[in-house]
Design a protein around this ligand. Structure first.
Ligand code: MLT
Length: 395
């Protein structure tokens, strides 16, 4: 008899966003014709930029001509995209990251989970609470020991350094779900900790494009020594509307070694075996994000979502609700009145206002007492949603 991976039995029955989708479906069955305002899963609503679709269209033409047709993409990504990333996202910020340390992939969600392949199962893994559930679930699937790092209001949602040794540390800033950013000083403490303890930081920077507060680090490699202890995940999903198109990248610096082995070479080996690359058409689209026109369109779209976040935050605060994030991030973390738990708040806001949110408890024990909303919807919806959510919570 084929044995199963028993670790799966330790997981919650369904993935957080699948559970939310199921509750929305039930609501729509009971309320046919209703339109739910989606502030739950962080999915973008603005289309791909014209510069991106133009580049993709040109790539489609190339694929239809035998002289320019391409088969398998390089597992690591095409050099035109890797070089554009190295130049624009790293050299421009004085980070010494070269194109061959950048691996193009189909998403940060998969990379954050797949990276577990290159680490031993007896590593102790430190994970924030609340947290994007992928880090937690993918390590539970491997039966790893997880140390939970509490993030709370008093610590600005940045965890304290662990008081016992850990080997792998997941950090995500700007943070999902709390929407709070990390300062250079705080991030430096983590880099120093990792270097002093031979730990590795898995740094999810999927929301970097939303940072506007001056002085905040946009990449962990802005911190000296991070190339010896950190792997960074970045994505075109939320920065350029690629949630459905799929393109992201992971940086594994050559200087990062453990037990005298290069993690970059291990990740390369892993990708060559288990991954066949991102389509040429998609990579040409991602490259266009770095063109002058792509940059202009990007700042317009990100500006649109940030304006949504600002009106939501204002409405919540003006109506007496405590809320965090929403400044350097598309996520707002709303504190609930003590008498309401987060799934109850989710159901109340869905049933009374037809707005889908994400219950904080879905992000971990410390998420109880909060709900998360996203700013990825329409401006007109954002203008009314803050007040409508506050109306439900102010009972
Ligand atoms: C979220 O809502 O947390 C994200 O959209 C999930 C993801 O990026 O996979």
């Amino acid at each position: 008899m084929a044995g199963i991976n028993q670790n799966y039995l330790k997981l919650p029955d369904s993935y957080l966003f699948s559970e939310i989708a199921a509750r929305k479906r039930i609501y729509l069955e009971k309320n046919p014709g209703a339109t739910i305002v989606n502030m739950g899963i962080g999915d973008v609503t603005k289309p791909l930029f014209k510069s991106v679709t133009d580049a993709m269209t040109a790539a489609v033409s190339e694929m239809s001509d035998s002289s320019t047709f391409r088969g398998y993409a390089p597992e690591q990504g095409y050099s035109f995209l890797r070089e554009a990333i190295a130049r624009n996202d790293y050299a421009a910020r004085k980070c010494n990251i070269s194109a061959d340390e950048i691996f193009i992939s189909d998403g940060s969600k998969s990379d954050c989970a797949n990276i577990t392949d290159i680490f031993s199962n007896d590593n102790i893994v430190a994970i924030c609470d609340p947290v994007y559930p992928v880090y937690f679930d993918s390590n539970v699937m491997l039966g790893r020991t997880i140390v939970s790092m509490e993030c709370n209001e008093s610590g600005s949602f940045v965890p304290e350094l662990p008081d016992k040794h850990v080997d792998i540390i997941y950090l995500c800033y700007p943070n999902n779900p709390t929407g709070e950013a990390i300062t250079r000083e705080s991030l430096k403490k983590w880099v120093d900790y990792a270097n002093d303890n031979d730990a590795v930081i898995l740094y999810d920077g999927a929301y970097e494009a939303y940072i506007s507060t001056p002085g905040l680090p946009h990449s962990i490699y802005e911190i000296p020594g991070a190339d010896r202890c950190a792997i960074e995940f970045r994505s075109f999903s939320k920065s350029a509307g690629f949630t459905g198109t799929r393109c992201a990248y992971t940086v594994v610096p050559k200087a990062l070694k453990r037990q005298n082995v290069s993690l970059r070479d291990m990740w390369n080996r892993r990708q060559c075996t288990k991954f066949n690359g991102v389509p040429y058409i998609v990579q040409r689209g991602a490259e266009a994000v770095y063109s002058a026109e792509g940059r202009r369109e990007q700042s317009e779209v990100i500006g649109y979502y940030k304006r949504n976040a600002a009106v939501l935050l204002d409405a919540l605060k003006n109506n007496g609700i405590t809320a965090y994030g929403g400044v350097d991030s598309p996520y707002i973390w709303i504190k609930l009145p003590e008498k309401i738990d987060s799934w109850t708040a989710f159901d109340m806001i869905l049933n009374r206002q037809c707005i889908a949110t994400t219950p904080g408890a879905g992000f971990g024990k410390m998420g109880e007492g909060y709900i998360r909303i996203t700013a990825f919807g329409k401006y007109e919806e954002a203008c009314v949603a803050g007040e409508r959510i506050a109306e439900v919570l102010n009972i």
